[in-house]
Design a protein around this ligand. Structure first.
Ligand code: HEM
Length: 348
């Protein structure tokens, strides 16, 4: 073959190789960058593309141990705190997803969620989250989101109270804003019918079964008299009495002496233990909130689940874990619209 021809062939071959290499590089970049944009650079197991396991394994391996230590200390000092931290995560997730919006104080741009009706004079645990965040900022600055702290603290609260454990998916980002009106709208009230409860959960893609399982969180903690005045009347069942008279009378006595802020245990039998006692209480007419008692009396489907969980604690634990993971993945905020706050009470 003439030399000119050989040079021409060689040049063509090199051009092809270069084109192939560029194509390969392009594909590699797309594969590397797209998950980072979508998932904030985190793993992508299970919960859509956004959350993953082992997210802090390299960047903050101590994260979960620090959170666990903070929860343990707080619950040791105040046993009710386990319930309060569990509820904090729920109230976070139901408003624009689990993005720590619930932790933001009011500022010039918005009124936060802390003064919304379901939260005012009611939500607790903000100082515990602040203390955990401060510890984390010392060890791994601006690495662990406040929303992830809430999710892990909720799990740990269940664990230290004797309940099940599960892997918490992480990689949530913290929001830039909060919504008082959505907090008022999305979080169900204590006099809700089953239909209302189902629709409020369906609004955030959680099922009737998720609702009944997650309501089992009321196996811990307390409620104010203002939230269960409907129960002081006794019967919630149009077909006849459904509540233990003795129970209703004891609540009447408690609340008659107060300004509405007196507290009763949500689970009258084992108030500081995470177990299935809540469902047994519902079956004996001793659910504290009307919305709780309605699960046993207001609907056949919810009643069936209440009976299952009352008979089988491990069925309750399994479903509770699954539903917590589902709730914890609500609206995970991505790099595009979230950040890792330095202080959980304010945007950076
Ligand atoms: C199904 C609809 C729900 C309604 C209507 C409801 C309503 C309430 C109300 C009214 C209180 C008492 C608040 C007060 O008196 O200050 C309360 C407490 C509590 N809620 Fe719920 N809740 C629901 C679901 C949930 C879920 C899904 C969770 C968690 C997964 C949860 C966890 C708790 C806990 C642990 C407490 C006690 C908090 C403490 O002692 O500080 N609740 N809830």
């Amino acid at each position: 073959m003439p030399r000119d021809k050989r040079v021409e062939n060689r040049t063509r071959e090199m051009a092809m190789n270069l084109a192939l290499f560029s194509l390969f590089l392009g594909v590699a970049i797309v594969f590397a960058i797209v998950p980072t944009i979508i998932g904030g650079g985190y793993g992508d197991e299970d919960c859509g593309d956004l959350l993953g396991n082992d997210v802090y394994k390299d960047r903050c391996p101590e994260a979960e141990a620090i959170i666990y230590a903070g929860v343990r200390l707080a619950v040791f000092e105040d046993p009710r705190m386990a319930a309060s931290l569990l509820r904090l995560h729920f109230h976070d997730c139901f408003v624009n997803g689990c993005d720590a919006s619930v932790l933001l104080d009011d500022n010039d741009n918005f009124v936060g969620e802390k003064t919304a009706a379901p939260n005012l004079n009611s939500l607790r645990g903000f100082e515990v989250i602040d203390a955990i965040k401060q510890d984390l900022e010392i060890v791994c600055p601006q690495t662990v989101s406040c929303a992830d702290i809430l999710a892990v603290a909720a799990r740990d609260s269940v664990v230290v109270s004797g309940g099940p454990s599960w892997d918490v998916q992480m990689g949530r980002k913290d929001s830039f804003t909060a919504s008082k009106s959505l907090a008022n709208n999305n979080i169900p009230g204590p006099n809700s019918t089953v239909a209302t409860l189902v629709s409020k959960f369906q609004n955030v893609n959680l099922s009737l079964k998720d609702m009944v399982a997650l309501s089992g969180a009321h196996t811990m903690g307390k409620a104010r008299c203002t939230t269960f005045t409907a129960r002081l009347q006794g019967s919630t069942n149009p077909n006849g009495p459904d509540s233990s008279l003795e129970y209703v009378q004891s609540l009447q006595r408690l609340c008659s002496e107060s300004d509405g802020n007196m507290l009763a245990n949500l689970d009258l039998a084992t108030p500081a233990t995470f177990d299935n006692q809540y469902y047994l209480n519902l079956l004996s007419g001793e659910g504290l909130l009307l919305s709780d008692q309605n699960l046993a009396t207001g609907d056949d489907q919810t009643r069936e689940l209440v009976e299952t969980y009352a008979q089988d604690p491990s069925a309750f634990f399994e479903d509770f874990k699954d539903s917590m993971v589902k709730m914890g993945s609500l609206g995970a905020v991505t790099t595009m619209n979230g950040e890792i706050r330095r202080d959980c009470r304010s945007v950076n």
